[in-house]
Design a protein. Structure first.
Length: 693
């Protein structure tokens, strides 16, 4: 049988129906995949259907429709974007940057005054939403088909970026039949943080320019003239409102509230964020602002504030506009996470393992709620890549508890005569050679414990709370002890007498006694704490615990071969080698022996012959206060069962264990659909897996 030809009017045209069926199927699966995050078929099957449609369209170009999923991959390269006059202007919103309460209070008071409400009248109903940090977009659907996507531009005239926006998987190219004949969806195109990170990693690999933040990356992608490149930039979209729409008189929908409108858009396949809430009066808006503020850094995308909108569309119409801002909406911002400042100097610091770290000294700047004066440049490559120089104006970012970082330099503001940063060839503390081994990113001081910076760090590491814990032994005191030559090695700590301590400047006799008492107390420790406290490269707390559990005694750990070390869960070749190297050095064994001789002891256990790790591979996050277990006890129990305990909730988290006053981590768990356990639930899980003898 010959293939029917489209030009052969007499031939039947099964391909038309076939193409339509494929399009419908692909629309359905794209929605499941991109918007609902719940694919029903494997990617390979989707690709197969996609290629089938592509082949059909290639053979019969007349079958190609503007809403075909094949159009997402982008068409021809443009010289410039065409201008689009918006049917209804794209407005901006008034911004309140005031503190927690006052932004919401001021907005509510204004709305009530303008609506002529008395104090005795009931509270106004609002919708509180997130203020996405991306770029505004208007999507025009005619007869259910996406026909145009336009940027905001000056609010009246924007740019036609349809080709690029079609590449955004989450945006439906076609709406269900219930949608009105004409509808403009307004929303925000943005880039997820993880997508941004991987895009930058790819750019770096290719030696191409990286982006400063997700918003810039998103804006760059939307305004990319080559749609094939735009298609490789992972963008996302959230709908938050409407532009032009078929009026109810002509059969369009008659929405009564903003909330109803958003729910309907969602039911038609448009992505609407899940944090949309109806709130009564200012107090609930304030609560929302606080709640989202606490969650902000755990969201998968950037927001710069929240938006409050009057829910009733009738009241919105009554309130109207001032110039180009509606009276019924306001943006309530959070403190900025990025600010500009200048680089006063670049210091090089020496860490415990001798690692040299360049640190930018900054003119003090208030960002992410704290004053920042330092930002790490990590290593030589990073400092070079960013090309940060003394005198530069830089963008500093601090989000949540993450350490501040220099995101980028503003090259236009570089003063003349600046110099490229170079790593020093010698350690700035002890003058020993600084070496960067082949294939390593870090430059290290070769002075070892000859280097006072390394000695100080080694002592501080040993004395920290999570290691052997010597209360009151902080960096000031360690500086004094090492600089005065009183303490050179860890055992020297236990040889300290009151006279030596009292001879230090600013040391009162009472504080000296306290330190001696704390040192005495520290002698009774545990094997994991001691192992961790030794500061062996790559041996963190979890590894130290695993080693102690596996081998039972310190001597067994010290004498274990690389092969035996590799039997420990979590110990890989690098860690095993590092342990071997450490204990092969006579002076390290000497330190251990002297510490024992000074009276440092712990209970030793029997080696675990064959540990059963029922929760191996599972990741837990603990939050809030549990009724009976302390945080550390719960962590120990979980780790003993082979589970990993992480600090923040992500898609990879298997369980969140939540106690009283659990905060944003619990919210995040609910948002991501992660299983949540209370303490009895945790115990039940552990018991259920307990293997009977
Ligand atoms: S509503 C008439 N809702 O903020 C109100 N805008 O100046 C029109 N934005 O660039 C905007 N998240 O793209 C609205 N949930 C949200 C938003 C939001 C982000 C952006 C918008 C525009 C700016 C408003």
């Amino acid at each position: 049988m010959s293939t029917p030809d489209l030009f052969d009017a007499a031939a039947p045209r099964p391909d038309t129906a076939k193409a339509e069926a494929l399009r419908t199927l692909l629309h359905h699966h794209a929605h499941r995949y991109y918007t609902l995050d719940a694919p029903e078929i494997p990617d390979a099957e989707y690709d197969r259907l996609f290629r089938e449609l592509q082949a059909l369209e290639a053979a019969h170009p007349a079958l190609q429709m503007p809403d075909s999923p094949t159009q997402r991959v982008g068409g021809r390269v443009l010289d410039a974007f065409a201008s689009v006059r918006h049917a209804l202007p794209m407005l901006s919103i008034r911004t309140e940057t005031d503190t927690e309460a006052s932004g919401a209070l001021a907005f509510d008071a204004r709305v009530r005054r303008e609506l002529g409400l008395a104090e005795s009248d009931p509270p106004v109903e609002y919708v509180a939403e997130l203020k996405f940090d991306g770029l505004a977009m208007s999507l025009r659907y005619e007869n259910g088909i996406l026909v145009q996507a336009a940027t905001r531009g000056d609010g009246e005239v924007g740019e036609d970026v349809t080709q690029n926006v079609r590449t955004i998987g989450q945006i439906p190219l076609r709406l269900p039949p219930e949608a009105p004949p004409l509808m403009e969806v307004r929303g925000e195109v943005y880039m997820r943080r993880d997508d941004f990170e991987s895009l930058n990693a790819r750019q770096r690999e290719k030696g191409e320019k990286t982006f400063v933040n997700p918003r810039n990356a998103a804006a760059g992608a939307v305004r990319q003239l080559a749609p094939a490149i735009a298609a490789q930039r992972p963008l996302s979209f959230f709908a938050y409102g409407l532009g032009d729409i078929t009026p109810p008189e002509q059969g369009g929908p008659a929405f009564e509230t903003h909330f109803e409108l958003l729910q309907t858009l969602k039911s038609w396949g448009l992505p609407v964020v899940s944090f949309v809430e109806r709130s009564l009066g200012a107090s609930e808006l304030i609560a929302y602002h606080q709640r989202i503020g606490a969650l902000r850094d755990t969201l998968p995308f950037d927001i710069d504030g929240v938006v409050y909108k009057v829910n009733s569309l009738a009241l919105q119409r009554q309130l109207g506009f001032v110039t180009r801002e509606p009276r019924w909406a306001v943006a309530h911002k959070y403190p900025a996470q990025e600010e500009l400042t200048t680089v006063l100097g670049i210091d090089v610091q020496v860490g415990r393992t001798g690692k040299l770290t360049p640190v930018a000294k900054l003119a003090p700047v208030f960002v992410g709620n704290v004053t920042v004066t330092n930002a790490t440049l990590h290593n030589e490559d990073e400092a070079r890549r960013k090309d940060v120089r003394v005198g530069d104006t830089v963008i500093v970012r601090r989000a949540g508890d993450v350490i501040p970082e220099v995101v980028a330099v503003l090259p236009d503001r570089r003063p003349p005569g600046t110099q490229v940063f170079t790593m020093p060839a010698t350690c700035p503390i002890c003058g020993s050679a600084a070496v960067r081994e082949e294939g390593e990113v870090d430059t290290r001081c070769t002075g070892g414990l000859f280097c006072s910076a390394q000695r100080k760090q080694a002592i501080l590491h040993y004395a920290q709370r999570r290691a052997v814990e010597v209360e009151g032994l902080g960096d000031k005191l360690v500086d004094q002890l090492v600089d005065a030559g009183v303490v050179n090695t860890l055992p020297d700590l236990y040889r300290l007498g009151l006279t030596a301590l009292a001879s230090l400047e600013r040391m009162a006799e009472k504080s000296g006694q306290n330190i001696i008492a704390a040192l005495e107390k520290s002698k009774q420790t545990t094997l994991p704490r001691f192992l961790f406290g030794l500061g062996i490269r790559h041996v963190g707390e979890a590894t130290a615990k695993a080693l102690a559990r596996h081998f039972g005694t310190l001597d067994a750990v010290m004498d274990a071969s690389v092969e035996q070390l590799l039997e420990v869960a979590d110990v890989g070749p690098i860690v095993a080698q590092s342990l071997r190297t450490f204990f092969d050095q006579p002076h390290n064994r000497e330190v251990v022996e002297q510490l024992r001789a000074c009276g440092v002891t712990w209970e030793e256990g029997a080696p675990a012959a064959r540990t059963i790790r029922p929760l191996a591979g599972k990741t837990f996050v603990l939050t809030g206060t549990l009724p009976t277990l302390s945080r550390d006890q719960a962590k120990d129990l979980l780790e003993a069962a082979g589970a990993k305990v992480a600090g923040s909730v992500s898609k990879k988290t298997d369980y969140v264990v939540a106690g009283a006053e659990a905060g944003s981590k619990l919210d995040k768990a609910h948002a991501l659909g992660v299983a949540v356990l209370d303490e009895p639930g945790l115990m039940a899980l552990l018991n259920e897996h307990e293997v009977s003898p």
